[in-house]
Design a protein around this ligand. Structure first.
Ligand code: AMP
Length: 481
């Protein structure tokens, strides 16, 4: 046996469901380092990327002769322990953490995916969503390739394993010509670690250095700091990077019509201690809050964030408006996306499972409540009510992103059209729905000013419905309005 997969679940193959969301979120990590416990470092790298996906985790390790994989459903710390890491010996590893959006948790969608091929074993981790996955999937099935899952990531693995090309480099280039949409890939072979970023640069991936002879790639730079590696640079849009004993080498740069960095990474998704386009996300989000205060001022006594994701924007709003920053809600930091569903009684308590109010800070105050985004609109209304119940005299909601009116087809688990509150309602109607005293969103121009890279192209699909790639090939059911 050249390769080995360990996993503890029974699997079945399910048809894509009508309510399947168009996208999924992931964190990916890769390391090439001799004389290093690469599986352990990958574990800690994934731990730092846990916010990018909480439903499954996996690590694949190559030792020059074979590849071993362990993956399962659950958080990184639930999937791995010393016993699971110990057999994962080698000097090259990739890791993956995934939030599946297909309703139920399915082990067959967990990554890395591993297959045997004529060139030897191959394991792949993918972050993003291919817009033309359905077409590519049909092509594979017509060629007689069997597929185990509903995931576009498996389509990528099979295209690489069985597609044209005599070398991995050729196969990767051919894949990039065919693929439309969002893909950051870590590709593990017996001898090398390849990293690929789609030509639009939709989602982030960066290169770091560990000591004298170790190289890391990770979805976000926060994973580099966590394991003591130094940030070197972002992997460029369209770049294929090969990492071997000789270090990293750019083996191709596929041309892009234009770059289209995902704005939602800037707003919510990536961690504030990560760097995007050479700037800290924390400072970009503070700038969003400052823009929001300039565009939509209000008279109030305190500015509070919806913790944790809106903290930097609330700081910015307070700085620019001169209204004191305060805390009004304390979040249970351990709640995450738990597998244990609340019972009916707890469901009625709803938002209280996640946040407790600080009544002393709120009583009799006119409050500006800053949130980073409103997606379905299920969270903000109960929070406004919680603040009122705690004695706030007025609640003015300020959102540090524009209204999200369209789904994401390119790698963020957003929602479908019927679920998106800003698709169904005007800003005034949403304000009524939330029972807020006022509601204002950051403008798209304000957001792009805060992101600060006028020369850089952004994907604005979720705000405008104009996507950088042709999404007509996406599964039709998700278009239903
Ligand atoms: P809701 O409007 O009820 O869907 O909740 C929106 C809140 O969830 C935002 O304030 C974000 O903090 C958070 N959020 C936004 N997008 C996502 C996402 N893709 N996955 C998980 N949480 C999200």
């Amino acid at each position: 046996m050249d390769s080995q997969v360990s996993s503890t679940r029974n699997t079945s193959i399910a048809e894509p469901q009508r309510n399947d969301k168009p996208s999924h979120e992931c964190g990916i990590f890769g390391i090439f380092a001799s004389d290093t416990d690469v599986a352990r470092l990958t574990f800690f790298g994934l731990y730092a990327l846990q916010h990018r996906g909480q439903e499954s985790a996996g690590i694949a390790v190559a030792d020059g002769r074979r590849i071993r994989v362990h993956k399962d459903m659950g958080l990184v710390a639930q999937v791995f322990n010393e016993d699971k890491l110990r057999p994962l010996n080698g000097h090259i590893a990739i890791g993956h953490t995934r939030y599946s959006t297909t309703g139920s948790s399915r082990i067959e969608n967990a990554q890395p995916f591993m297959v045997e091929s004529a060139l030897g074993p191959l394991a792949v981790g993918h972050n993003g969503n291919l817009a033309n996955a359905t077409v590519l999937r049909q092509e594979l099935l017509r060629r007689g390739v069997g597929l185990m899952s509903t995931s576009d990531s498996e389509v990528i693995v099979q295209m690489l394993a069985g597609g044209e090309g005599q070398t991995w480099e050729e196969k990767l280039k051919i894949f990039m010509v065919r693929a439309q949409g969002a893909y950051c890939l870590t590709v593990l072979t017996r001898q090398a670690l390849y990293t690929v970023r789609d030509p639009w640069g939709l989602h982030p991936i960066c290169l770091g250095r560990l000591g004298d002879n170790g190289w890391i790639v990770a979805s976000e730079s926060c994973a580099l700091s966590t394991i003591g590696a130094d940030f070197i640079r972002e992997v460029e849009p369209g770049e294929i990077l090969a990492i071997t004993e000789e270090g990293p080498v750019t083996i191709a740069k596929m041309p892009a019509p234009k770059t289209a960095h995902c704005l939602f990474e800037y707003i919510y998704f990536a961690r504030p201690d990560s760097m995007l386009n050479n700037r800290s996300l924390h400072s970009i989000r503070v700038a969003q809050g400052r823009e929001l205060a300039s565009e939509s001022p209000t008279d109030a006594d305190i500015v509070i964030p919806v913790p944790d994701s809106a903290i930097p924007a609330a700081i910015g709003y307070a700085q620019k408006s001169g209204i004191p920053y305060s805390e009004g809600l304390i979040k249970n930091r351990y709640i995450g996306r738990t597998f244990i569903q609340p019972d009916d009684r707890l469901r009625k308590v709803g938002i209280a499972l996640k946040f407790n109010p600080l009544s002393d800070n709120l009583y009799g105050k006119r409050v500006v409540l800053v949130d980073d985004s409103i997606v379905r609109g299920n969270t903000s209304g109960p929070i406004v009510q919680l603040l009122r119940d705690s004695g706030a005299s007025e609640v003015h909601v300020r959102v540090s992103s524009p209204p999200i009116r369209h789904p994401c087809f390119l790698g963020v688990d957003m929602a479908t059209y019927p679920e998106l509150i800003a698709h169904r309602m005007s800003v005034a109607e949403i304000c009524d729905h939330l029972s807020a005293d006022s509601l204002a969103y950051l403008s798209l121009d304000g957001l792009i000013r805060a992101a600060g890279q006028h020369e850089t192209g952004f994907c604005r699909g979720c705000f405008t419905g104009n996507y950088p790639v042709n999404i007509e090939l996406v599964e039709k059911s998700v278009f239903e309005r």
